[in-house]
Design a protein around this ligand. Structure first.
Ligand code: ADP
Ligand code: MG
Length: 491
């Protein structure tokens, strides 16, 4: 476990570092996407030259909690600006109000590694763009929330920071973090998700005067089109789950549209892109789209969370999967909260019914529910009123609930068109457990057929992950020892 962070610096390719971030190619139409998780009702279908290590980026390890292994983050900084990583929040020159938010409200003690490295890059002029990859649960939200809050001028009652998220759940969650962290700043914020207007259409709603706006692309696009959300004072644009926001099977068209709209009136704005995953295709696109950014990347095989143990079980029949959940998981008693991921809302309904029929108290969240119902179920789970949540991939990314110790993949994530494994979604699902270095376990339930077993094998190879097999699907002893090994059950 190395505890240093490597910094790779590049000599700037061009002299104009603050040039327009959007190149010509983004005006070209891109393929229409189908995996739009957030904003549609029906949504589960959904380099560097010189290398030099800088001692300033060596971060001391002394946290109480073992945070995820960010040791492998590589930074590519663009231009002459030297950045010193912040080992304490005090090193960031934040306002006293923000410091109070961090210590009193958030109860944070010191920045995580990604925060220590990225925050100086975000906050220091000339406020360069940033593409940042870091582990699930490593604290990326704080990076961009602090970035937004510290760049807003509180005396100007106009939108100055915009954060775009793939799902309403994530937009709501990010808003909660922003309001908590920014509690003492007086900075105003508004949520832009479907129906957050209580029936008032985008065309008729009032102008947005909130200084920070967080939302999903469809609603944001409408507000912008109806000139309700002015972009003239916008300084900073954030993409959470940025790889999905800029993927062709995600929200690329909407994201590019919004970037272009901002750029037209405000060429010098700053773009921040955060995600735990950037596959080569998206990485390449993002690097071509965002000009001259600072960059932080993690190697694929280093992205696994060491604190979360992964297991697989081969079940002879579909019904056995339910039995595993019932007999081996629900009956275990207190091992924290569990999320069961299913592929479609149909399977969500089936699993839910099967477990409810046996008298278990479970809830589900998927795209076929009303927005209100969805919000309610998520809130109940966040408030720990429910212990087991069945979810489609609407919750695969970003969802942060520290008490989730167990993730069950009832179906493995695969791409709709090809049936190939969806590696990114797999990693994100795993990352719902083990938040900020906590312990966790993942059970992958596989049917005894070649296809499912092959998908699992491909995922293991892709991440160079060791996924241990539970040899007999109905052996209580094996599950118990797995959970003990994962640190979720006492010896
Ligand atoms: P991700 O990188 O996956 O977006 P989050 O930003 O959701 O991760 O953070 C994961 C959890 O870690 C959250 O519950 C958050 O409150 C907590 N966290 C983030 N930064 C710190 C910190 N500096 N100290 C303690 N806890 C933190
Ligand atoms: Mg996140």
């Amino acid at each position: 476990m190395a505890d240093t962070v490597e910094k790779v610096s590049t000599t700037e390719a061009s002299s104009s570092s603050a040039e327009a971030p959007i190149p010509a190619e983004i005006t070209e139409p891109t393929t229409t996407e189908k995996t739009k998780w957030g904003d549609v009702e029906d949504d589960d279908e959904e380099e560097a030259n010189a290398v030099s290590e800088l001692n300033s980026l060596t971060i001391k390890e002394e946290s109480v909690l073992d945070e995820p292994e960010d040791s492998s983050i590589k930074a590519v900084t663009s231009g002459e600006t030297p950045y010193t990583s912040a080992s304490r929040f005090e090193d960031l020159n934040l306002s006293p109000e923000l410091m109070k938010g961090l210590y009193v409200e958030m109860k944070f003690e010191k920045p995580s590694k990604i925060q220590a490295i990225s925050l100086p890059m975000i906050i220091t002029p000339p406020h360069k763009h940033l593409i940042a990859q870091a582990h699930n649960g490593s604290g990326k939200t704080t990076c961009f929330v602090l970035g937004m809050l510290s760049r807003v001028d509180p005396s100007l009652r106009e939108p100055q920071a915009l954060c775009i998220c793939p799902t309403r759940e994530l937009a709501i969650q990010n808003m909660e973090v922003l309001q908590k962290m920014g509690k003492f700043t007086g900075i105003t914020a508004e949520l832009a998700v479907p129906e957050s207007n209580h029936g008032v259409t985008s065309a008729r709603r009032a102008h947005v005067s909130a200084q920070v706006v967080i939302g999903t692309p469809g609603t944001l696009k409408k507000w912008i089109a109806f000139k309700k959300l002015g972009l003239n004072h916008l300084k900073i644009l954030v993409f959470d789950e940025a790889d999905h926001m800029l993927a062709t099977d995600g929200f690329r068209d909407d994201s590019l549209r919004i970037m272009k709209d901002i750029e037209r009136v405000n060429p010098k704005y700053q773009v921040l892109l955060f995600s735990a995953t950037f596959n080569e295709t998206v990485k390449d696109f993002v690097q071509r789209t965002v000009k001259d950014p600072n960059q932080l990347f993690v190697k694929r095989e280093d992205l696994k969370l060491d604190s979360v143990k992964q297991y697989k079980v081969v079940c002879p029949r579909e019904q056995n999967k339910i039995e595993v959940i019932k007999d081996q998981i629900m009956e275990l008693g207190d091992i924290g909260q569990t999320i069961i991921f299913v592929k479609t809302k149909v399977s969500a309904g089936k699993v839910h019914k099967a477990l409810a029929d046996m008298g278990y108290d479970v809830t589900s969240v998927h795209g076929n529910m009303t927005q209100e119902d969805r919000d309610k179920k998520v809130k109940e789970f966040k408030d720990c009123l429910t212990q087991v949540l069945i979810a489609t991939d609407v919750l695969a990314r970003g969802f942060d609930q520290q008490r989730v110790n167990l993730v069950v993949n009832y179906n493995l994530p695969t791409k709709y068109d090809t049936g190939e494994p969806d590696y990114e979604v797999y990693l994100h699902r795993v990352g719902r457990a083990g938040r900020f270095g906590r312990k966790g376990a993942v059970f992958n339930l596989l049917l005894d057929d070649r296809r499912e077993i092959e998908v699992m094998e491909k995922i293991e190879r892709y991440f160079e992950a060791q996924v241990k097999e539970i040899k007999s699907w109905n052996s209580e002893e094996e599950y118990k020892s797995a959970l003990k090994e994962a640190g979720l059950l006492d010896e």
